[in-house]
Design a binder for this molecule. Structure first.
Ligand code: GDP
Length: 707
């Protein structure tokens, strides 16, 4: 019999082995020993340096208590020699699980059609793919006069009808025949955090924003105009300096003519420098480089030039068209040169706009003022905005009650490229929304309603798509869908751009196990109604860039056990919320290899002739890595292939049953139902562990949760 040969072989490898055995001293004795009489040898196998291991009485009862390790299959007896397919991963990693076929996720695609003033119903029908009749029916239902399908319709009616049939619109404005006049450039300052964007803007507008600013990061979008001695002017947008505000920055770039890329001369090109470069490239906006901090002893503008050149920016010095100016925001050196460079770039671009006619404008910022209601900082792209006009801004509408310039002076009109503050909106629009002038209050209401409906549809579609994606990802990752923890959040902030950006950043923490559910966003201080809402939907409240909490609100939140997080720096907020949800996450059960042992010798314990109890094979092992525990599942590997997996039936160190054995020790191991050990096999100890998600933040300030 093979096992006899094996045992003989094992015995012959060490002549001293038997003599060292305390009780069983002959090969025949061992080979014919019966299970209840299992004899315990305590000697040392000198040649291999391994101790002898024997089954104890407790081991003999393992048949009666077959147990399965949680989460792992214990193969039945018939499976004991069945080889599993070769794992893809090295043997020390967990069992290979073939990937599930991915469920296809169909992205929701909504058509966008171009519309313009004076188009016909026939043209609109062609673009939207709807019948002329259905469009005319919609026109009638919104109270429009329905004439011939070749009659021109207004751009507003075209939008209303298009929204009803479920398509997105892009309003085209013809400049044909209009008088175009030169306009100032709109400039956005971008660059890596701490490279001096705020200081530069501060120096340009001669106010001390940098000193007041929390965490040194510009948190919201504003705008101001720098007037030059020559009479020319430049409009600057304040842009945020953190990766979490990418969305806002992208919106800013939509109205931007030129990007000023700030690079610190002592630091060089950094991740957000490259990010800013790609934003400008995507938006097809020219760049003027401002190498800042040239006053510093470690400044090396030449190095910055080389770095930018090697990143593909065609600098003027290297034969390209990108101007480079060396400045110091701190001392003010070179600022005049920067302004000249910007005006030169604007001249090359021949920036002109239509001044007459209805305005087309964009929201740069929106906030609520207690006395004045919603206030919108806008930049007119073309045409002129005037007091008294009805406007539709994103999904909101209003009638312009007052226009103020950046110095707070009231004015009747707002022309191209000059930032103004508009009063009179019924609701608060979002930064980046377009401003459309319409003929009447009724038209404004209808358009805003149509857009709201469209927005809501889009939101629901996005939510269902996100859910599908998360479900599909869960299905890919594991057999059992992990439990998902939801954190409901109410976001309040000082201005609309901030709350949008904070909500977007918080959503970026979403993962298959954790879901940040933004239940409400609002501008203004945290109020009692926020606390009430938080209580109703079991939410926490995030306040961003707000003044300290009034004590009645703080008391009532404490009473209601509502957590309020107040921050002025986005990454501190993300860190706190990230850690909170990671704590709450249940984690996923995972099989982990906690130890690895090498089989040095095999011993066989034979049952009595007439006994129903089967023979037992004991693997004499040395733990080469980690630790083995009695309650774990064991995996037997031969030449890297899994040959058996089963629960541990006995673990002994010397003569003693033990619960665990650590690295460097020798032990005797019995795997339930396993009779197939060979010298040189590797045994892995597998344990079920709960892996918690991790909050990860990178140097650039980007954060994510890894499940
Ligand atoms: P931002 O994060 O890009 O807006 O950078 P800040 O404008 O907040 O500047 C970051 C730090 O650099 C602040 O401590 C500034 O005082 C400093 N700084 C900005 N510009 C200069 C400069 O031209 N020279 C020197 N020496 N320090 C500067």
């Amino acid at each position: 019999m093979a096992w006899r040969a094996l045992a003989k072989n094992a015995l012959s490898t060490s002549s001293s082995y038997l003599s060292n055995c305390g009780v069983a001293t002959t090969a025949s004795h061992i080979l014919h020993t019966t299970l209840p009489d299992v004899l315990l040898c305590s000697g040392t196998l000198r040649s291999s340096g391994i101790r002898n291991y024997h089954a104890s009485l407790s081991l003999l009862s393992w048949r009666g208590r077959r147990e399965e390790a949680p989460g792992l299959k214990t193969p039945g007896r018939e499976k004991q020699v069945k080889r599993m397919s070769k794992p893809q991963a090295p043997p020390v990693e967990a069992r290979y699980v073939p990937p599930k076929p991915k469920r296809p996720i169909k992205p929701a695609q909504v058509k966008t059609v171009d519309i313009f003033e004076g188009m016909t119903v026939v043209e609109l029908a062609k673009r939207t793919g709807s019948s002329v009749r259905s469009l005319q029916e919609i026109m009638a239902s919104v109270g429009e006069k329905v004439g011939s399908e070749f009659d021109p319709i207004t751009i507003d009616v075209a939008e209303l009808v298009s929204t009803e049939v479920g398509v997105n619109v892009k309003r085209l404005h013809s400049e044909e025949g209009a008088i175009l006049k030169p306009r100032p450039p709109v400039v956005t300052v971008m660059g890596h955090v701490d490279h001096g964007k705020t200081s530069l803007l501060d120096a340009l507008r001669k106010t001390a924003v940098a000193a007041k600013e929390a965490g040194g990061i510009t948190q919201h979008l504003g705008a101001f105009v720098v007037s030059m001695p020559s009479g020319a002017s430049i409009t600057f947008l304040d842009t945020p300096g953190h990766a979490a505000f990418t969305a806002m920055r992208a919106r800013g770039a939509a109205v931007t003519d030129i990007v000023t890329l700030v690079v610190a001369a002592d630091d060089g090109v950094m991740p957000q420098t490259l990010e800013a470069m790609s934003h400008a490239k995507e938006a097809n906006v020219p760049v003027v480089v401002a190498i800042n901090k040239c006053d510093k002893p470690g400044a090396d503008p030449e190095r910055v030039r080389i770095q930018l050149g090697s990143e593909g920016l065609p600098l003027e010095d290297l034969g390209g068209d990108v101007q480079v100016v060396e400045i110091s925001a701190l001392t003010g050196t070179g600022l005049d040169k920067l302004e000249e460079a910007l005006l030169l770039q604007a001249e090359i671009m021949d920036l002109k706009a239509r001044v007459d006619g209805p305005a087309q404008a964009y929201v740069v910022e929106a906030r609520v003022d207690r006395g004045r209601g919603p206030l919108v900082t806008a930049i007119v792209k073309s045409g002129t905005l005037s007091v008294g006009q009805y406007i539709v801004v994103g999904a909101e509408w209003g009638r312009i009650r007052a226009i103020r310039d950046t110095l707070g002076r009231a004015t009747e009109l707002a022309g191209p490229a000059i930032p103004v503050e508009i009063e009179g909106m019924k609701g608060l629009p979002m930064a980046g929304d377009d401003i459309t002038v319409v003929g009447s209050e009724e038209r404004a209401r209808m358009l805003s309603q149509g857009r709201r409906k469209k927005l809501e549809q889009g939101r629901l579609e996005r939510m269902s798509q996100e859910n599908q994606e998360i479900c599909a990802k869960e299905g890919d990752d594991t057999d059992e869908a992990p439990q998902r923890v939801e954190l409901a959040v109410i976001v309040k902030g000082d201005v609309q751009g901030t709350v949008q950006a904070v909500a977007d950043s918080l959503r970026s923490l979403n993962s298959p196990q954790l879901f940040v559910n933004i239940v409400h966003v609002g501008v203004g201080p945290i109020s009692q109604s926020d606390v009430d809402m938080a209580q109703a939907c079991n939410a926490c409240i995030v306040g961003f860039n707000l003044r300290s909490l009034p004590s009645p609100i703080s008391t009532s939140a404490k009473k209601a056990n509502i957590k309020i997080f107040q921050h002025r720096v986005i990454y501190h907020l993300l860190e706190e919320i990230g850690k909170l949800i990671v704590e709450r996450a249940p984690g996923t059960a995972e099989t982990q290899v906690t130890g690895e042992a090498e089989v040095l010798s095999i011993f066989e314990v034979k049952s009595r002739n007439n006994s129903k109890v089967p023979d037992v094979k004991i693997a004499g092992c040395r733990i080469i890595d980690g630790r083995f525990s009695r309650s774990s599942t064991m995996r037997l590997l031969r030449s890297g292939e899994v040959v058996f997996e089963g629960s541990c039936a006995s673990l002994k160190k010397e003569k003693q049953d033990v619960e665990a054995v650590g690295k460097g020790n020798e032990c005797g191991l019995v795997i339930q139902d396993c009779q197939d050990f060979k010298v040189g096999d590797v045994i892995q100890c597998l344990e079920q562990v709960i892996r918690k998600p991790k909050f990860i933040s990178s140097e650039s300030g980007a954060v994510r949760i890894e499940c």
